[in-house]
Design a protein around this ligand. Structure first.
Ligand code: C2E
Ligand code: MG
Ligand code: MG
Length: 579
């Protein structure tokens, strides 16, 4: 829509050799409300002025010495790129009317003129002019978008990629180009018809948008092929692999089309800038090549263009595939690490830590596989297994010589915020007939940051059950203690990175003391993680930290070994008694 303000802001050029005429016309326009009026008495200047300013309207006198209005219009035709000359001719000779219109003028006014008539003609001409420009811009915009999905098309994708590359070069960011093809799309199209096929592509487009950041791009390149542009500041080219996996998992969830549920897989080719090439066209070519490799490898997978990145990516894929079956194959076990009271040296409980006995590769630590579990969503079934196993262990110990033992279980935020988390815990407690107070849940600050209302509810439900909550790795997130105060949290675990330096770095020592004191004022218990040396323990004791956990007392141990250690400790002097 063209509004009055648009019309009054339109750029108008007045051309007349008589400076009095120019002044009069200009004044008339200003009084009528036009804000952008330029004038010239030199017909030779018109061409350049127009080329530079693209006026929306030129009021042109026909009779001028040196160069007449017809010549001016002739000159304008060369610089007019939109095929529309917005000229309104003013002349004292009515006989020139036809010739002027034939020369390209859009309208004609005879002098002496009536002000109202001229102003109305000007208004009408501007309206047409602006409508035309608007629809042209819109048309140009539409041409760059895919009609079906509403995503940018190949042309715009290339432009956006070029821009992303330009911007990222200066900031030393990595730009990844991912080509995503829906596997066996022709089969869907043949079996269910092109309408369902189209609907499917639209949904795939939506899912892809959900897999990338707000500043990234998803486009439809052609047919069933999509393109992503992902810029990362982290500097790890393998991030593209993470995105590729996200896409694979997102598409695997069933899509509802035409009353049926369709699950699709995708093949993905990746090229990375600057490693593979700094150039948009080349990157797109490489991503295409990599896509063909992925399809050739049997589909439902991704490939990098470069060989060594592939090697690393394949490792991750292998890891993921082995993890998929690890629960059923009973490859996970829990190890337990004791926590001790610093003042008395008594055991206060243990933390359950997940281990993976990977066939042929021995014991794998969580840092290697927890991120993959989280990425693939496998953390949910595995986490449920951990809770179930820990509760069973609590029950077994309770009925053995060990007696009541508190066990803390780590829970990732994905697991924590999932519906069914609290019911799972309640079931495990009931099934194993254990005291709810024997179970602690360790979560990180980030679980509370994302969606704090949901987190709040979960925490209150847990509290109602009788399960206690500890904040793990405290100090590595950005939450303040004051923020945490609103949640029902019993314990803070100071992150291992603080304890490591607590005796060597005065700043770290000061922060640690501050955390201990603030936690105490909020009536929370404080546990130090990763205590390895006597001086660290002494420091913590001096500052009245409540509990400790670390190699200094014991490494995490299999259940049977831990039980033995517990018995020994009970029989003799506890290993971490005060000196
Ligand atoms: P976390 O919960 O902070 O666990 C403490 C980590 O510090 C454990 O590493 C433990 O072995 C290690 N540690 C304990 N004492 C010392 C010490 O004195 N020195 C050093 N250098 N390290 C010490 P681990 O077992 O490798 O686990 C790493 C992380 O993996 C855990 O950190 C936790 O965030 C996560 N994790 C472990 N098990 C599970 C699980 O069942 N579910 C979930 N979601 N995450 C888990
Ligand atoms: Mg923990
Ligand atoms: Mg920790």
């Amino acid at each position: 829509m063209v509004g009055t303000t648009d019309i009054l802001n339109a750029r108008i050029l007045v051309v007349d050799d008589s400076s009095v005429n120019v002044l009069l016309l200009e004044r008339m326009l200003r009084v009528a409300g036009y804000s952008s009026v330029t004038t010239t008495t030199d017909p030779r200047a018109v061409r350049d002025l127009y080329r530079e300013n693209r006026h929306d309207l030129i009021l042109l006198d026909l009779l001028m010495p040196g160069m007449d209005g017809f010549q001016v219009m002739q000159g304008l035709k060369d610089v007019e790129t939109e095929g529309y000359l917005p000229v309104l001719v003013l002349t004292a000779q009515p006989g020139h009317k036809l010739r002027a219109l034939q020369a390209g003028a859009k309208d004609f006014v005879t002098k002496p003129f009536e002000q109202v008539e001229v102003l109305t003609r000007i208004h009408n001409m501007l309206e047409v002019r602006l409508l035309l420009r608007e629809s042209r811009n819109y048309g140009r915009l539409l041409e760059q978008y895919d009609q079906l999905t509403g995503l940018p098309n190949r042309t715009l994708y290339r432009k956006l990629l070029t821009r992303a590359l330009d911007r990222s070069a200066a900031r030393k960011r990595i730009v990844s180009v991912l080509f995503v093809a829906v596997d066996r799309f022709e089969n869907v199209n043949d079996a269910l018809g092109p309408e369902i096929g189209d609907a499917l592509l639209r949904l795939v487009g939506d899912r892809l948008v959900g897999c990338i950041g707000p500043m990234d791009t998803a486009a439809r390149i052609e047919g069933h092929e999509f393109g992503l542009i992902v810029a990362t500041s982290g500097g790890d080219p393998q991030t593209a692999g993470t995105v590729a996996n996200k896409v694979r998992h997102a598409l695997r969830r069933p899509l509802e089309v035409g009353g049926a549920e369709v699950a699709v897989t995708a093949s993905i080719g990746i090229a990375v800038s600057p490693a593979d090439s700094p150039d948009a066209e080349t990157l797109m070519k490489y991503a295409g090549t990599a896509l063909h490799e992925a399809i050739g490898a049997g589909r439902d997978t991704y490939r990098f263009y470069s060989a060594d990145m592939n090697a690393r990516a394949l490792e991750t894929l292998e890891l993921e595939n082995s993890l998929r079956n690890a629960v059923e194959r009973h490859e996970f076990i829990l190890h337990y690490q004791p926590k001790m009271r610093i003042d008395t040296g008594e055991w206060s409980g243990v933390e359950a830590l997940l281990r993976w006995q990977r066939p042929g590769l021995g014991l794998v630590l969580p840092s290697r596989f927890i991120p993959v579990l989280e990425e693939t969503g496998l953390i949910v079934p595995v986490g449920t297994w951990v809770i179930e196993t820990a509760c069973r262990q609590i029950g077994e110990w309770a009925h053995s010589g060990i007696g009541r033992m508190r066990v803390a279980v780590n829970v990732s935020s994905k697991q924590f915020l999932r519906d069914g988390f609290v019911p799972d815990i309640a079931r495990a407690i009931r099934k194993n007939d254990i005291a709810p107070e024997s179970l602690d849940i360790e979560i990180t600050e980030s679980s509370l940051m994302s969606g704090s209302e949901e987190a709040d509810n979960v925490l209150r439900e847990l509290k109602a059950l009788g399960v206690r909550i500890a904040i793990d790795d405290f100090g590595t997130g950005y939450s303040s203690l004051a923020y945490l105060q609103r949640f029902p949290i019993g314990t803070l675990k100071i992150d291992i990175s603080f304890i490591r330096d607590v005796t060597t770095n005065p700043d770290v020592a000061a922060i640690t003391v501050a955390i201990i004191n603030m936690a105490r004022s909020l009536k929370m218990k404080v546990i130090a993680e990763g205590v390895e040396t006597q001086p660290q323990l002494e420091f913590l004791r001096r500052h009245a930290c409540d509990e400790m956990q670390g190699y200094y007392c014991s490494r995490p141990l299999p259940a049977a070994e831990l039980a033995k250690l517990r018995e020994e400790d009970r029989a003799g002097t506890p290993r971490c008694t005060p000196l």
